[in-house]
Design a protein around this ligand. Sequence first.
Ligand SMILES: [Fe+2]
Length: 133
Amino acid sequence: MAIKWTPDLSVGVDHIDEQHQVWFEKANELFEAGKQQRAKEYINQMIDFLDEYTKYHFSDEEKYMAEIGYPELDAQKKAHASFINDLAKLKKDYNEGGGNLLVIINANKMIINWLTNHIKTMDKKIGEYAKNL
Ligand SMILES: [Fe+2]
């Protein structure tokens, strides 16, 4: 199962959409590496990379929300912070489970579901708000 960004996930703000697309690519690469049972070090590097990119994306999105005076910035910040915690937990579980493939597969579902829901419910509202400025 490939994980793809689809146009129905468009928020309507170009740079956010682009970052979401990159994010899906990175999550997909991690999933594929898990399926192919790549070396633990390699998968760890990919988790780190996804983690870094996620942090970069969230901080950029938060900066944009602040710039346009978006009223639900705090709720977004909380959601972002909790997801960053989930990613840290994924890495810990993966390592403590001895690099268990199932951890990656379950985590992948969690990650994709989270981001998809977050984009559909919270991020789309940013675009709606920006459109009416
Ligand atoms: Fe967000």
